[in-house]
Write a protein that binds this ligand. Sequence first.
Ligand code: ADE
Length: 241
Amino acid sequence: MTLRVNVVSIFPEMFDALRFGMSGRALEQKALELLMTNPRDFAKNRYRTIDDRPYGGGPGMVMMAEPLSAAIDAASGESREGTKKAGPIVYLSPKGRRMEQTDVESFAALPELTLIAGRYEGIDERVIQTRIDDEVSIGDYVLAGGEFAAMVLIEAVARLLPGVLGNEESAVQESFTSGILDYPHYTRPECFENLRVPEVLLSGDHKKIANWRQNQALKVTKERRPDLLEIRSSIKPGDKH
Ligand code: ADE
C-alpha cells in the first residue's frame, strides 16, 4: 500500500527536504509517494501572477481563487484524466483545528491526501468554501506559509506507514500514542561525565524496567503536561479512544 500525497505549493523545491531520514526511506520504499503541483503553472497571465491585493484593503496579498483552484483540481485528481478525487483536501492554516497524533494516524490510514500550502495573508475564502475538506493547524503560532506545516504533517504520517520504521514497536510505544510523554532513554557508556545510567535499566528485570519507565513517563507528564493526564482520566474504562 502506498500513501499518495499531492501537494499544492508555489515552492515545490522546499519539499526536497523530505528526501532525508525516515520520510526519505518511506519515499524509497514507495510507502509514500509525493506529487507536487505549482499554482503558478495555472496562472492566467505571462507574469505567472497568483496573488492580488485584498478587497476591502489591508496589508499583504491574497492567493487568487482561479489559479489555486485549478491547481487543486489537477493535484487532487478532480480534473486528472480518467481519475477522480480519492482523498480529502487539507488546507494548512493557523485558523484550522489543531492537529493531534490521532489525526496523524487517520491521515496515515488513507490511500490519498491533498495538502494545500498557502502563502501571503491567506487564500481567497471561496477556495476554502468550494475545495477544502479539512483546515488544519500544526500549533498556535504563525508561519509565513503552509509549506513547513505540510512537511510536519507528512513527516509525522510517514513514520507510521507500514514497513517504514523498521522496528514496528517504536511508533506505538512512544509519546502521544499512549497519550502521555515519553520516558528517558540511555545508551552506552554506563557512565558519562559522572552521570550513571539508572541501575534498574542494567538489572535485566523486564517487569521492573517497564514499571520504572511507566513511572518516569507519568512523572514528566505531570510536571510538563498535566492537561494530558486530565484528558486520560476523563476517559472512562470501556470508552473507545
Ligand atoms: N500556516 C501558517 N501558520 C500555520 C500553522 N500554525 N499551522 C498550519 N499552517 C500554517
